[in-house]
Ligand binder design. Sequence first.
Ligand code: BGP
Length: 463
Amino acid sequence: MIKFPNDFAWGAATSGPQSEGNFHKPNQNVFDYWFEKKPGDFYDGVGPDEASNFYNDYQTDIPLMAKAGIKALRTSIQWSRLIKNVETGEVDEDGVEFYNNVIDCMIKNGIEPYINLCHFDLPVKLYQKFSGWESKHVTDLFADYANKCFQLFGGRVKHWFTFNEPKVILDGEYLYKFHYPLRVDGPAAVQVAYNLNLASAKAVKKFRAWKNENESDATIGTILNLTPAYPATNEPEDIKAAKFATMWDDNLFLDPAVLGTFPKDLVKILDDAGVLFESTPEELDLIKDNTVDVLGVNFYHPERVKRPSVSPKSLQDWMPDIYFDNYEMPGRVMNVDKGWEIYPETLYDISINIRDNYGNIPWFVSENGMGVSREERFMKNGVIQDDYRIKFIHDHLIQLHKGIEAGSNCHGYFVWTAIDCWSWKNAYRNRYGLIRDDIHTQTKTLKKSGNWYAKLSANNGFE
Ligand code: BGP
């Protein structure tokens, strides 16, 4: 029998922009704006406007999540819904009422709210007027918005998070063109990385002030997607490439958030290349003094890396992947639909890395899951027989358990996701839910994995 620690949190993760739908929203975020411009990319006609209709369905969706054994739900507040005037911070009353109701409904159903403040969904106005995360002014606006959230909902929310996967903002928006504004600008990506770290630290600072004033026992964290890189061979050039990939993809956010400093070797490489971010000593002190209490780790796949095959011709060409190439390891197991490798052992490696190099900070798996397309093909007697998903979760939990046994301070596992939801890159092609959403009727039903997860959570483990 595999048993998890007594207070282990069995959860699921989603986000506001991917589940709510844009009903009564006073502002557009960058994705609403982008998808309005290219509605052809919706899957079967459903986009962020409707998503999984959580705005209208939360009173029935949340009890269904409880039925699937979900005892904690990570979702996010949409800045573009809560705040009516994103420059002055004036709140939108409908937004306040909605999030109050959702939080109440979770608590009433025995589900602990874990609330994240930004899931890539910057209000588009802040991009158009101030160049978004390239601007330090936006980092102040973010901290003010975060503070408003603590004031409004802090009495009932004990688990706060500043960002989900800030790294993906660089990848999608500034490097590889899968999120609006679809730019390719390596040096801008470096500055945005710094500014996101700064924004997170500023929000943590506001949180600590709020917490002291209100004698709260709440905690604050950040949520990072970790993709440790394994070298193709043991040759120094491949090892060097893998080291860079891990520093760029993971440590660029992990180190400032948990240790309060940027990785020295990475800073040197960026400096030598002439692309180091602009910082001030005061900002660096602020980052140092405002590290997180807790770390959320989104884990889907590792990276396989080898030495690079090209070198840059000029600074304009600077891109992080001039230091490494991806490597298609023969024999690796792939989730073919999503194109991601399945390698649960990395979760053990992450556990040990956090234990040994990050002060064994309390952490949890804030996302892990398997996206599969056309799941209707697995439907029998009205239920999706998603044995592949059960195996995926099971195999990852085995590795996580091994890490916990070795002393890693992990206190929860949150599957991505509770109910099939929309995403920017994927729309509704690959489904991740324990609960199926028929997007044409917005009917939600437990999949086989939902029933399995309920047992797992009730037994706090499995045979
Ligand atoms: C994570 C994001 C989620 C979610 C998930 C699956 O990186 O935090 O928002 O979408 O990936 O990715 P996708 O929906 O693109 O398949």
